[in-house]
Design a protein around this ligand. Structure first.
Ligand SMILES: Cc1cc2nc3c(=O)[nH]c(=O)nc-3n(C[C@H](O)[C@H](O)[C@H](O)COP(=O)(O)O)c2cc1C
Length: 202
């Protein structure tokens, strides 16, 4: 059973995180999800999803998911001493979704000011899967350099740029298709319906 870490930071796109947690929680291949919300992650969740989360209370999980979960465990962002801050705690990967340019910069610089930075740093040093979902537009040279640096250090950069070739008719369909790409990189199964089968015949 996989152990996955999810960090939610203060970039736009909280819905991607909410849907990813939904699928990770439902997956029989996933045993535990350690969740960290930064202070600005909390702000954006409130702003975009209208949900009253705190970043510190265990009830945040139910608020975010709309149901209780035995798999998802909230760890406060200030708790640099939490399990996932150590390489000795084995995980099968970490996703930072959405990933702000601030958090991206900290990770690229190797600076750990909160648990998201530290857990990401540990994931890289242990050569485990680190997926970053940056969201900013346009990118400046610093953003682009940081992304290249992180790619070269082993991270997988999956920018929050969903496809349209599956012809989504709702925002949830659009977001879920994107979330399935993240699951692909975590080697977690999902519905095959979204796999591109080649161009439709006219
Ligand atoms: C509503 C809202 C939306 C934001 N959207 C973005 C964004 O899309 N990308 C980004 O890099 N920063 C965005 N920011 C700014 C970040 O939240 C800010 O840089 C913050 O310091 C990031 O901190 P964190 O990485 O610890 O969460 C947004 C802030 C707010 C309040």
């Amino acid at each position: 059973m996989k152990h996955i870490t999810v960090g939610i930071t203060g970039a736009s796109g909280a819905l991607y995180a909410q849907r990813l947690l939904h699928y990770l929680d439902k997956s029989p291949e996933v045993g535990r999800i350690n969740l960290v919300l930064t202070a600005f992650g909390v702000t954006v969740i409130r702003e975009e999803l209208d949900l009253d989360v705190t970043g510190t209370k265990t009830s945040d999980v139910e608020t975010l998911l709309g149901r209780t979960s035995e798999k998802i465990h909230l760890l406060p962002a200030k708790d640099i001493g939490a399990s996932i801050a150590s390489g000795s705690y084995r995980t099968d990967g970490m996703v930072v979704v959405p990933c702000s340019m601030g958090t991206l910069g900290y990770i690229a610089a190797g600076i750990a000011r909160d648990l998201v930075h530290r857990a990401a740093d540990v994931t890289l040093k242990e050569r485990r899967t680190l997926i970053l979902v940056p969201r900013e537009t346009p990118y400046n040279a610093i953003h682009l350099e940081n992304m290249l640096k992180l790619h070269q250090a082993g991270a997988v950069i999956i920018p929050a740029s969903p496809g349209f070739y599956h012809r989504p008719t709702t925002i949830t369909e659009l977001v879920d298709h994107f979330v399935f790409r993240i699951l692909d990189h975590l080697h977690i199964s999902h519905s095959d319906e979204t796999v591109w089968q080649g161009r439709r015949k006219q």
